[in-house]
Design a protein around this ligand. Structure first.
Ligand code: BGC
Length: 349
């Protein structure tokens, strides 16, 4: 005997058919799901870059009519945590994952998982070696041209040192300097120090290195390390080169804490143009900085992720919109910032 379909079930099925739903889901808007894992969410440059990335995603949603779902997680300095995060982002169905590697020499666990699941990876800011990036065709890198930042910093330091004799405190015609470096092994730390000093010399400055310290990009560590350098070399330091603005600010904190009058401060130059860094240029505490284009890098990374997802509803963006080198790299330039143009950058960021 045939059973009767209850009226309520019939009604649900009918409503479902009329509204076009399948499996309870309404799929009229495409969604691109992008996962991001950060080496340290409290890093000043990275957090400012991510602020721009998130804002750009909202703008791109409007432009393309595609929903962009971001999931941003912090690896808090652990590569093991980051590997787990990538696994979980893949399981959650991310179309693309952006990875700010904790340890740039350890990308293989991540790249193996990505290849196995066919999820493209965009590494950013912490560059892995070419051989690792070439292990699979869907691996990309977005960052800046580190050499450029060292050259700009060296030029700024040379011009200011040669342009104002007060910086040659002992009048010996030689620039006695110290360096505050970022993490050992980070491509930006290695390249910036080398190119900055070489450029100083190429621009006619005789140099003598008094000392250096690794402060891991961090303001507080830089303050402690600078306090020790001040203890040791005191007023003989004529120039402080720093691999980023946060460490320049740490050096300034140390000078202030030591009670050094501003007129006796060494010449200080940074790299990044973070909000606090730009303010220090504006108020004359730093002679200048090399602007690390966080807006450009964030936008390029977002567009690349979006195109790689293959889900552009209006088909408005393509690989032609991404300035890719060797089909894998986006490397944006640095810009020189001094008191003369700092306002322009303050408005931009
Ligand atoms: C930035 C630093 C930052 C580091 C993190 C560098 O490019 O200049 O400020 O701490 O990246 O990886």
């Amino acid at each position: 005997m045939r059973k009767k379909i209850p009226a309520v079930v019939f009604l649900i099925v009918l409503l479902c058919l009329l509204s076009g739903c399948s499996g309870g889901k309404k799929d009229t808007v495409q969604t691109v799901k992008i996962g991001v894992t950060l080496y340290d969410q409290y890093d000043t440059f990275i957090s400012e870059m991510m602020g721009w990335f998130t804002a750009s995603a909202t703008a791109l949603e409007e432009e393309t009519g595609t929903a962009i779902n971001l999931e941003i997680v912090d690896a808090a300095g652990s590569q093991t945590t980051q590997n787990e995060q990538v696994k979980s982002l893949i399981e959650k169905g991310c179309d693309v994952i952006c990875v700010n590697l904790v340890d740039r020499t350890e990308p293989t666990t991540i790249t193996d998982m990505a290849e196995k699941n066919d999820v493209p990876i965009i590494f950013f800011n912490r560059e892995l070696v070419t051989e690792d990036l070439e292990r699979w065709k869907k691996l990309y890198y977005v960052g800046a041209d580190a050499i450029g930042s060292g050259i700009i910093q060296g030029e700024l330091a040379a011009e200011t040192f040669l342009g104002d004799e007060k910086y040659d405190k002992n009048g010996d015609g030689i620039c006695q300097y110290v360096v505050l470096e970022g993490e050992a092994g980070h491509q930006d730390a290695i390249v910036r120090t080398e190119y900055s000093v070489n450029t100083l010399v190429e621009n006619g400055v005789k140099v003598e290195k008094l000392g250096y310290a690794i402060a891991n990009w961090k303001r507080a560590q830089a303050q402690t390390k600078m306090a020790a350098l001040l203890e040791q070399y005191g007023n003989s330091i004529e120039l402080i080169l720093t691999n980023n603005d946060d460490m320049a600010l740490g050096a300034i904190d140390a000078l202030k804490a030591a009670g050094t009058s501003k007129n006796d401060w060494p010449l200080i130059v940074g790299i990044d143009g973070t909000d606090v860094g730009l303010t220090a240029v504006k108020n004359g505490e730093m002679a200048g900085t090399a602007y690390n284009d966080k807006e450009g890098q964030a936008e390029a990374m977002l567009k690349l992720a979006f195109v790689l997802s293959g889900k552009d509803a209006k088909n408005g963006l393509s690989m032609d919109d991404i300035p890719l080198e060797k089909e894998k790299y986006v490397r944006l330039p640095y810009y020189r910032v001094t008191l003369d143009n700092v306002e322009e950058y303050i408005k931009k960021s």
